[in-house]
Design a protein around this ligand. Sequence first.
Ligand code: ARG
Length: 416
Amino acid sequence: MNTKDSIDYLAKPENIDKVVLLYSGGLDTSCMVKWIQEEYDADVVTLTIDLGQPGVDLEDVKQKALDLGAVEAYVVDAKKEFGEDYIAKAVKANADYQGYPLSTAIARYLKCEKAVEIAHREDADAVAHGATGKGNDQVRFEAGILSIDPDIKLLAPVREWSMTRDKEIEYAEEHGIDVEVEKDSPYSTDENLWGKSSECGPLEEPDKEPPGDVFQFVNTPEEASEEPEYVEIKFEKGVPVALDGEKMMVHELVDKLNSIAGEHGVGIIDMMEDRVVGLKSREVYECPAAVTLLEAHEHLENYCSTKHENQIKKFVDQKWAEMAYSGLWFDPLIDHLNEFIDSMNQNVTGTVKMKLYKGKAQVVGRESENALYNHQLASYDEGETFNQEASPGFIQLWSLQTKLINEQVNGDALGN
Ligand code: ARG
């Protein structure tokens, strides 16, 4: 490995015969199918991964890729894997980067794994992605893919071709790429089961409220029902396993909860985010299931763990989120943190009752065999077992050093 300055980071990769392109079917990646063929004279294999993004017909996407000249078009349903291996980890880690549940971020690493797998199967030299040069996704894709296979070449056409949006639409029209939908939406979005992110267009004016047309996963609180709705989420070792008593796989539970909580306007996040590349950007998220599950999980975890465990868990979670956000998912530190996180979650089994109402998901009830709450100890009613007579002695010792230092200071002040 060589990171010396003599490397020309802008040099065009050479001798590329076959490229695996992470393909969504949208404007950018559709232009890429053509552009890579023209620019690199290479075969393009597209890879489209189903992570539960709504409203996309994956068979259409596949056909579109083939129509644009892809030599092969893979469609992989990875919803179950996303639920079990990514969302479950995020829940256990109370995934939160500055208030963002990392919905786009964690999905990128699954895409990295699948892209390398297909590249090996197809004997391709390179992987291409549709991320720009200003965001986090380029960092995740490239750091992620190179951590799995350092010999794969990377293409980031959007970063390379420097086309404005109008030029891109022109390019698409010249190459027979359908752009109708794209022309209408001013937003740049990314969706999966864990949430939807929106950037650009009117959202670039941070002083203005997001226009209602941003929201697809959720009702606004104004549109939401006047009646609250309650859901019960069962966790086993920190993983959500049942909704209202019905056992489900993580991805099914998240899907169902997205529609229930989304109806009530839960999961809207409007924030300024610090990107890895130094920019602050205005992001709007719709993450109904994520917000509900993370609130419920953290609550249950606190309920079942000691104060000391909970204090350290916050630091561990924060570091986990920082790594997951910033492209370092395949760093061994993440594995070490996951071991701690799993170990703490051994006890996190129980049920949390959530009230969904007008944009809020609130814990209103909790039960667990592992709870450290003890009614007889905590109660002020008859039959309590807490020995209040022990308290004065405890306070004597607890405050020993504080009393001593104050005695000294006061003594000095009085000239003793
Ligand atoms: N800011 C988010 C992240 O870095 C979302 C980026 C998703 N891209 C988009 N085109 N909306 O994870």
